[in-house]
Design a binder for this molecule. Sequence first.
Ligand code: ATP
Ligand code: MG
Ligand code: FE
Length: 341
Amino acid sequence: MRVLGLETSCDETGVAIYDSEQGLLAEALYSQIALHAEFGGVVPELASRDHVRKLLPLVREVLDKAGMRGEQLDGVAFTNGPGLAGALMVGACAGRAMAYGWGIPAVAVHHMEGHLLAPMLEENAPSFPFIALLVSGGHTQLVRVDGIGQYQILGESLDDAAGEAFDKAAKMLDLGYPGGPQVAKAAERGTVGKYTFPRPMVNRPGLDFSFSGLKTFTLNTVAASRDAGTYNAQDQADIAAAFQEAVVDTLVIKCTRALIQENLSTLVMAGGVSANKVLRERLAQKLAKTGGKVFYPRPEFCTDNGAMIAYAGHCRLLAGQHEDLGVAIRPRWPMTELSSV
Ligand code: ATP
Ligand code: MG
Ligand code: FE
């Protein structure tokens, strides 16, 4: 089965073709980062317009790369939510229409299920059951995964998502947008231990997170350093390192706790923040001690992409799921509402 996947939930236009026998046949991604950079964040109206501009050329590009015509596909998968309404509409309407035109089924994909299943695109793929840490720009969740669509949320952020905290910290540190990779890069120059940031909520039982306090702590630390006249490139790096340490430490503590609670040894990490090198290293070290294993997607499939949507859609189409002719995007869509396959 060959499935075209379309991702347009936020600021990345992602298109890919996944084949159940041969794996990923082709993929293309257009990031709108430069478009939104001057605003320091995603401007929804601009995002929608840019998806309109880029989606069809990218579909043509992946069909060419795969040496296929649309009619040779077996289905179209599109991100149906959660995400920005206008951006979702572009992929959902285009995907539904293309499938209709080609006379093939269309399937609506949950963006976070896409992230969650992205590690399945790797050669060394995890098997169920496992704990998933979804860490992206809009989500920080620990999920018990017993199969596709069998998701139990064990904990989540009560305020900002980890990626959002990285982005905001980057802004305070005068680093570019999006902040995650920039903070990580600055942290490499920094000295760990120069500053100590709190580890939010680790002393409380449970698996929820809170990152808004770290944001305030960053703001105050930068302000104090500026007031003291000590704020320079080195100080910026030291603060970035302290911030990253605090986020990584908190995530590692909660992941370990979730594995123990659920008596599982496999951890799957997905979403933009899972590209973070220090987080990857720290989790691997920690789990090695207990015989556990951690899986994650290649860095380019940690952030938004079409391949994860094509893969998730193919799983659901194989199970016989598809949409009727209507389009009904879900800007808010709890993952626990998904059906199992
Ligand atoms: P969601 O998936 O929740 O709807 P999103 O699609 O905007 O949100 P992703 O594309 O999965 O999020 O990830 C983007 C986020 O990942 C940004 O907040 C970015 O700063 C963060 N990020 C990317 N690379 C890194 C990194 N190396 N270290 C830390 N954070 C990172
Ligand atoms: Mg993005
Ligand atoms: Fe995402």
